[in-house]
Design a protein around this ligand. Sequence first.
Ligand SMILES: [Zn+2]
Length: 246
Amino acid sequence: MAYKLKKGVFKVDCKQPGCPFDYEFEINQNIMGITEEDVDSEAKKIARDMARIKHDSVYGSKHSLFNPTIRKVSGVYEAIGAKSSAIKYQSEATKYKEYKKGEMILQKGDIATTICEVVKGAAYVDKNKTRVYKVGDSFGAAALLVNQTRTADIVAGEDGTTIAFYNLKELNNKDPRKAKELYTEAMEDIFGVIQDMEQLVEKLENELEKQTIINQNRKERIDELERSLLETKKELAEIKGGSSFK
Ligand SMILES: [Zn+2]
């Protein structure tokens, strides 16, 4: 979230003796990272991959891209808006952690003291993949209102997903503007979480109602069966009684 690459062009050459491969590649992907170095290494990875493909298409039959040097020819690393203010350092107020795809970020029931923000990659609610948190989205705030425990499992959506954990109390001392911004984002997430829960309540209520109706029907059917059983017994007794007179 802190830095992003704008109009990055990288020059890649091949060190195989006699190989003339020397191309420039423009990176159009939207790369973001906590530091300039993160963005730079990510961009170079992409440039190397592009060069590999290009190299294979031109010299593939002879050798593959060998020991390439990758240099940035042009492009700037831009700090991103207001959100960059609190993201540069690890501190009591803010901690960063990187995850692999599918790795658990928050576990339901854990004690909650922080609000989370996606800095890189994505995260989603495990049981409900429709709720996805992208870069800049906050989550985990509902826990701060409900029993101080996490209300859902949150899982990393891709390798390298980076999450900032904000301690709101600490952050409020260090960077009140960021704290306020997070608070606002967190409230939006809470509304989303409430919506999810309301939908679940509605679903459960409908199910309960359906089951109640089914049971009611069953009960009526049982009553009806009991009535007809009783009547049949009575008739049987009458028939038997009648026959004893004979
Ligand atoms: Zn080569």
